[in-house]
Design a binder for this molecule. Structure first.
Ligand code: ZN
Length: 451
């Protein structure tokens, strides 16, 4: 997009405080100037009423899990019983059905103010494991879906080679569901990933599914691929105690120690969940600058436990947030859930300020996805913005200067009024501008997987 456009923000969140009356000039998708004390909209400016935040980053997503919403809330069980239902949905995906579902899910994200998603993607091949003619057909479908929904994506292409740990060099063979996840070896994974192309809205990163799914002897291959490209590297880490037990039995150490010893940790790496950790694990993660992506609505939905986010951050681990299994898609809920979980555990309040929670939901989330130039409203940043209504039934009342506290602790995704990505209005007055009927798109895409 060329030419300069000006947005007038009734209230803007400028990292530390709410500023009334801010004009933001945007050229070629970037912010070129931020002017304060602009008490009235300049002529020709687009008006954003409410509190405008930097766009929100959803740092951990499996788009197809959205098809499970509701269906997995019947009866009881654990993460492992939930996983069986999830596999039955993964079995149904094709590049066409996955594109339709992801387009609708990413449109739901845009409606929730999310401007960038980290898609932790492992459904690579046909059912049974045969590659598609284009070996990246599934990943490309996700990249295309993000473009169609108007948001940025970091495709975290995931190495998933084994069903469980056997020893340093070998894992249990993938089960019938997992065959389509596996490239056979980390070398073959790297070869396929190297064919993926970045686009204006899309970056390519890497992921290790978990220490269960990648034999220890192959971890360094994935880490090296990411390091050579300076790409983000994500890994599910200690979400379940069973993973810790299996790792100790096979390798005599925790999953975190195993990742550290094989070069997986570092400032471009993000551990997802980081739930069941030892003090040494926390020191390894923090000391290496490895990030932590908390997914509180999924962690509580799957009865995982509460990860030590306070201790991780104190040790040096930047925090990001993800909606993961999409039990709900609401980054404001993820942000407050992180704080509220700690309140329940410790019976004290105020572990994070609203400002710190917004930083996790935006700047640090973007950084975890390799979009370092997004997540703040300042000249030079990508023009990604999210406006929260301050006049809804949930948000009306408090003084505008408490807008950040209101947004984080009372607003929901339903209060997102505008979403702007690269200067383009993707959500205007609560309606998606590219996907006309998002609920219908979701319904049709989920139904297509059941027939
Ligand atoms: Zn996940």
């Amino acid at each position: 997009m060329t030419g300069t456009r000006t947005y007038w923000l009734e209230h803007a969140w400028l990292d530390t405080h709410v500023e009334p009356g801010v004009a933001v000039d945007i050229t070629d998708g970037r912010i070129t100037a931020v002017r304060t004390d602009v008490t009235a909209p300049p002529p020709g400016a687009e008006i954003l009423r409410g509190l405008t935040l930097p766009g929100l980053a959803n740092a951990h997503s499996h788009a197809f899990h959205r098809a499970l919403r509701g269906t997995v809330q019947v009866g009881s069980g654990t993460f492992w019983t939930w996983r069986e239902v999830m596999y039955s949905v993964a079995d149904q995906l094709t590049p066409e059905t996955y594109h339709a579902l992801a387009r609708a899910v990413y449109a739901e994200m845009a409606l929730a103010g999310i401007t960038a998603v980290g898609e932790f993607h492992y459904v690579h091949h046909q059912r049974g494991g045969t590659p598609y003619a284009d070996p990246n057909a599934m990943g490309e479908a996700l990249v295309e879906a993000a473009a169609d929904a108007g948001i940025r994506i970091t495709l975290l292409d995931t190495a998933y080679l084994a069903a469980g740990i056997v020893n340093e060099h070998r894992g249990e063979p993938p089960n019938a569901h997992q065959l389509r996840f596996s490239d056979g070896s980390a070398e073959a994974w790297a070869e396929r990933c190297s064919l993926l192309k970045e686009r204006d809205h899309a970056r390519i990163g890497a992921a290790v599914h978990s220490v269960r799914a990648v034999p220890a002897g192959q971890l360094a291959t994935v880490a090296r691929w990411a390091q050579e490209r300076r790409a983000p590297l994500h890994v599910h880490l200690s979400e379940q105690t069973a993973e810790n037990d299996a790792c100790r039995a096979a390798h005599g150490c925790t999953p975190t120690r195993l990742l550290a010893d094989h070069g997986v940790l570092g400032p471009r790496t993000t551990g997802v969940h980081n739930t069941h950790l030892t003090d040494e694990d926390i020191a390894l993660i923090g000391g290496s600058g490895t990030g932590t992506c908390m997914c509180p609505t999924t962690e509580r939905d799957l009865a995982d436990g509460i990860g030590p986010a306070v201790a991780l951050q104190r040790a040096g681990s930047p925090l990001s947030l993800g909606s993961d299994s999409h039990a709900v898609i609401d980054l404001l809920e993820e942000a407050r859930a992180m704080e509220l979980n700690e309140r329940l555990r410790t019976r004290t309040r105020g572990h994070w300020t609203a400002a710190a929670l917004l930083r996790a939901a935006s700047a640090d989330g973007h950084a975890a996805l390799g979009w370092d130039e997004a997540g703040t409203i300042e000249a030079g940043a990508l023009a990604d913005l999210t406006t929260i209504a301050l006049d809804s039934v949930r948000t009306a009342g408090p003084l505008p200067r408490l807008g950040a506290e209101t947004a984080v602790f009372a607003a929901t995704a339903a209060d997102v009024r505008h979403t702007i990505v690269g200067g383009r209005h993707v959500v205007r007055d609560g309606a998606h501008t590219l996907v006309p009927d998002v609920p219908q798109a979701l319904r049709a895409a989920v139904e297509a997987l059941r027939t």
